[in-house]
Design a protein around this ligand. Structure first.
Ligand SMILES: C[S@@+](CC[C@H](N)C(=O)[O-])C[C@H]1O[C@@H](n2cnc3c(N)ncnc32)[C@H](O)[C@@H]1O
Length: 247
């Protein structure tokens, strides 16, 4: 089963919304670089809906219709309007250019090959004004987390739902040759006999590789942060957050 056909599970583990630090970070960038704005891989709208509460000109694109339906429901509940597109960030066409395009919440790590990443960057360039900016937010790969034994279960959390408590655990298998982390999330609520499993893959982009990829595909790095407080990226940073412009 695919994680993004089970948007409720994604939202359960991610607490149904993006944190304040994340939202404030993107608010500051939108104030800096302007609208219109596009979020690629917007999923169930955790960033998009929160940001739309102050802004009018923010569009979202995602591959998963289920995730977009969830985004629409959240937007309706909050009374904000949305401009959502079903599409693939590796090759999309929206009849508009943007001052800011961002890819939040590690969505870029679902691009599993360098060719996928390159074609996404090409599509982004076609949709940016010459003075526009792209922001990509991904993990700083953690070797201890990636190298956990694949046959061991790791506890993610226990969550209260309308159907009782749900326990979520994971197995990971990191394939070093492709840099792809294969992740299985297992979940079971107190009334289910069998547990269910959803699977997804996340490619790791190592810091120097990531910078070189952007440079080789026509982007200049304006800033590289290690967290949402805009601290400079270093070895201990949990995230790689780049602000880049067309070179
Ligand atoms: C980790 S979720 C992040 C969602 C949202 N940005 C957030 O942080 O709440 C990743 C999202 O990327 C979407 N996605 C994966 N590959 C994609 C692609 N090639 N094009 C567009 N969306 C994609 C998935 O459907 C999913 O909704």
């Amino acid at each position: 089963m695919d994680l993004y056909e089970n948007n409720w599970l994604f939202d359960l583990v991610h607490n149904d919304k993006a944190g304040e630090a994340q939202i404030n970070f993107y608010r500051r960038q939108i104030e800096r670089f302007g609208e219109p704005v596009l979020e690629l891989g917007c999923g169930s709208g955790n960033y998009l809906v929160a940001l739309s509460q102050n802004l009018h000109n923010i569009a979202g694109l995602d591959l998963s219709e289920e995730m977009l339906e969830a985004a629409e429901k959240k937007a309706d509940a909050e009374g904000v309007s949305t401009d959502l597109h079903v599409g693939d960030m590796r090759n999309f066409e929206i009849d508009q250019k943007f001052k800011l395009i961002f890819i939040a919440g590690n969505s870029f790590q679902h691009l599993l090959t360098l060719d996928d990443a390159r074609s996404c960057l090409d599509s982004v360039r076609r949709h940016l004004f010459p003075f526009g900016r792209l922001i990509i937010e991904i993990f700083n790969p953690s070797l201890p987390l990636l190298c956990r034994p694949s046959d061991k279960r790791h506890f993610i959390g226990e969550y209260r739902t309308d159907q009782g408590w749900v326990v979520v655990t994971e197995n990971v298998f990191y394939e070093a040759a492709t840099q792809i982390n294969h992740i299985d999330w297992h979940y079971k609520n107190q009334y289910m006999k069998e547990e269910q499993t959803v699977s997804f893959k996340m490619r790791q982009f190592f810091p120097q590789e990531f910078d070189a990829l952007l440079g080789a595909n026509g982007f200049r790095i304006d800033s590289k942060f290690g967290d949402f407080d805009e601290s400079a990226f270093d070895s201990r940073s949990p995230k790689q957050i780049v602000v880049v412009s067309p070179a």
